[in-house]
Write a protein that binds this ligand. Structure first.
Ligand code: PMP
Ligand code: GLN
Length: 373
């Protein structure tokens, strides 16, 4: 297996002392209460193995969160499994549910883990492309991609790398297809609280007939700006969640006990706090978008997440992978080429993803450096 683009670009950023707008992680601390709670847990001596399924207080906090925010009736016992990041929840769900030869449909661009995991399992990822600038779902293309081997659709909303947010109508057409063909939906919602402006995140599990066929994945690292903690989860009906747990117990067995306490505290913060997590990021999205436009680049509107995608063709670039590999050394900025989120780079050869989740002065410095191109 090749090195992931995130490792590669973060390594180059470090080597060249570049500003890292590649791998998506914030450079400001998460809520104080979350960190304090994890530290307190360590001092209380809660440092030994937790149950594989996750500590009870976090499972209850996750179930309550799904109920408060989305009206979903998730069972804290049986309907939740805590994992080492959303990554492990996703790879455990795919491993537990896919068999060699199965086809899994994903909207393209897709987070690289889905393709790598499908390949490890001998399953085939079938991409259905969404296109810039609006990234609307082509429901007919999705329907046409289903074969008798299809068993799963992997969704990601809000969407990395485009910042798209699937609308209720788009989710309904996905739900119709999933129900008609009896497919499981694995819904990656790690950016659920990092949504900008009037956009609204709708979990597909809330649509009629969908809860029983959906595994929903969340990430404490993303929601509370502690990406290095690697605490994620899968929720859904116990018949599906038990398959995630069945695999996950053999991967990591369990995720760090004190960090689970910290994330439980975060999920219990007043809803108002979670509702405003995207505000500051929206402003940073604007800073970066405006700055990149001033450089003459076409920037596609991002509605959510840590990311903004730009077309760097006006800089004379023909291959964004080559461009991103040279950028840290040339001007001291790292970014990620969108083609790594595609089965084939055709049509996105010059698209580049920049992370906006950095302090204002860092974004300003990065834009100054990019001016040298
Ligand atoms: N899904 C998407 C779409 C992501 O961008 C990421 C990266 N953070 C993950 C899953 C993995 O999340 P975690 O760090 O919680 O494993
Ligand atoms: N999800 C993060 C991103 O898209 C990276 C996570 C990782 O490094 N694996 O940038």
């Amino acid at each position: 297996m090749a090195e992931t683009i995130f490792s590669e670009m973060s390594r180059l950023a470090l080597e060249h002392d570049a500003i890292n707008l590649g791998q998506g992680f914030p450079d400001t601390p998460g809520p104080r209460e979350v960190v304090d709670s994890a530290v307190a847990a360590m001092h209380k001596g809660w440092n030994q193995y937790p149950p594989a399924v996750g500590i009870a207080s976090l499972r209850h906090a996750i179930a309550d969160h799904q109920r408060r925010w989305y009206g979903l009736d998730v069972a804290a016992d049986g309907g939740v499994v805590v994992c080492s990041g959303a990554s492990e929840a996703l790879s455990s769900a795919m491993t537990g549910l896919l068999r060699p030869g199965d086809e899994v449909i994903a909207l393209e661009p897709y987070y690289d883990l889905y393709g790598a995991t499908a390949a490890l399992l001998g399953a085939t990822l079938v991409p259905v492309r969404i296109h810039a600038p609006d990234y609307a779902l082509d429901a007919a293309a999705l329907r046409a991609a289903v074969t008798e081997r299809t068993t799963m659709i992997v969704l990601n909303t809000p969407h990395n790398p485009t910042g798209a947010v699937l609308s209720r109508a788009e989710l309904q057409s996905i739900a119709d297809i999933a129900i008609e063909h009896d497919l499981v939906v694995l819904s990656d919602e790690v950016y659920e609280h990092l949504v900008f402006d009037d956009n609204v995140h709708v979990p597909i599990a809330t649509l009629p007939g969908m809860f029983e066929r959906t595994i929903t994945v969340g990430s404490g690292g993303k929601t509370f700006s502690v990406t290095g903690w690697k605490i994620g989860w899968a929720t859904g009906p116990s018949s599906l969640v038990e398959k995630v747990l069945g695999v996950k117990q053999w991967f990591s067995f369990a995720a760090g006990t004190p960090l689970q306490h910290g994330i439980a505290t975060g999920l219990e913060l007043p809803d108002d706090r979670l509702a405003h997590l995207g505000d500051d990021l929206a402003r940073k999205r604007d800073l970066l978008t405006d700055g990149l436009r001033e450089l003459g680049l076409e920037v596609f509107h991002s509605k959510a997440t840590y990311f903004v995608t730009a077309d760097v063709a006006p800089l004379g670039v023909t291959d964004s992978l080559e461009f991103c590999r040279s950028l840290p050394e040339r001007v001291g900025v790292a970014a990620v080429p969108n083609q790594v989120f595609h089965a084939s780079p055709e049509g996105v050869e010059t698209q580049v993803r920049f992370a906006c989740c950095k302090r204002d002065e860092i974004l300003a410095d990065a834009l100054l450096r990019l001016r040298k191109l």
